[in-house]
Design a protein around this ligand. Structure first.
Ligand code: PGA
Length: 251
């Protein structure tokens, strides 16, 4: 049985004060959660504040990105070691917004992923196709390339610390969720590629999250699918009530 993960990606939203308030609401309301992982990813400037608020709760902390070096002359960047120092246990890598706006490549994302593992953090590797790619029948080809590129040079043992997030770009922030069936199809393909790359045990144990307009009213249907092990939530993770309902999905 794979342990579900619900992760909130706050993106470039919420001041330190607003982050503290939302984190406090989550820490209070989710104190009883034991059977699933809950992760939130605030902006960098709010990380240490939020870390203090959620310290004694089941809620865990993630960075939204990192640079594949430990320390040094890398102005403006942040390394996985410094994220760990701020209290993070996870890092979101290769989000489609970074791939599209900042030109991140599979190779660069793979370097970040390897450094993240060295720092003892859990990477959440995001992959997903554009609408154009889906309409051109390229979805599986794109996913195959992103998985193989992102997971290059990894051992089967290291896969225990990796979470994959399937986020079709056309579903992000658009209110257009993939149907549970479309998502399941992609997830089962991703698991097959992981099987090809590693072994049946790794494929069986790897957690694959769905992301793209996950809301309180669609989470239960998505989570009922065999290969969907959790959600990466953007917009709805900024509202305590919605995120709490998503964490408490039925199933
Ligand atoms: P959304 O974002 O839930 O607002 O669609 C998801 C994401 O980008 O991780």
């Amino acid at each position: 049985m794979r342990r579900p993960i619900i992760a909130g990606n706050w993106k470039l939203n919420l001041t330190i004060a607003e982050s503290r308030q939302l984190a406090q609401q989550l820490a209070d309301s989710l104190a009883d959660i034991t059977d699933r992982d809950v992760v939130i990813a605030p902006v960098f400037t709010a990380l240490t504040t939020v870390a203090g608020v959620i310290e004694k709760s089941p809620v865990q902390l993630a960075g939204q990105n990192c640079y594949p070096q430990i320390t040094g002359a890398f102005t403006g960047e942040i390394s996985p070691e410094f994220l760990a120092d701020a209290g993070c246990t996870h890092v979101i890598l290769g989000h489609s917004e970074r791939r599209q706006l900042l030109g991140e490549t599979d190779d660069f994302i793979n370097q970040k992923l390897l450094k993240t593992l060295e720092a003892g953090l859990n990477p959440i590797l995001c992959i997903g196709e554009t609408l154009q790619e889906r309409e051109a029948g390229q979805t599986l080809k794109v996913l195959d390339r992103q998985i193989k590129g992102g997971l290059a040079n990894l051992t089967a043992e290291q896969m225990a610390d990796i979470v994959i997030a399937y986020e079709p770009i056309w579903a992000i922030g658009t209110g257009k969720t993939a149907t549970a069936e479309q998502a399941q199809q992609a997830h089962s393909f991703i698991r097959e590629v992981v099987l090809q790359l590693f072994n049946p045990e790794v494929a069986e144990n790897t957690r694959i999250l769905y992301g793209g307009s996950v809301k309180p009213n669609n989470v239960d249907g998505l989570m009922a699918e065999e290969d969907i092990d959790g959600a990466l939530v953007g917009g709805a993770s900024l509202k305590a009530e919605d995120f709490i309902r998503i964490v408490r999905f039925a199933g």
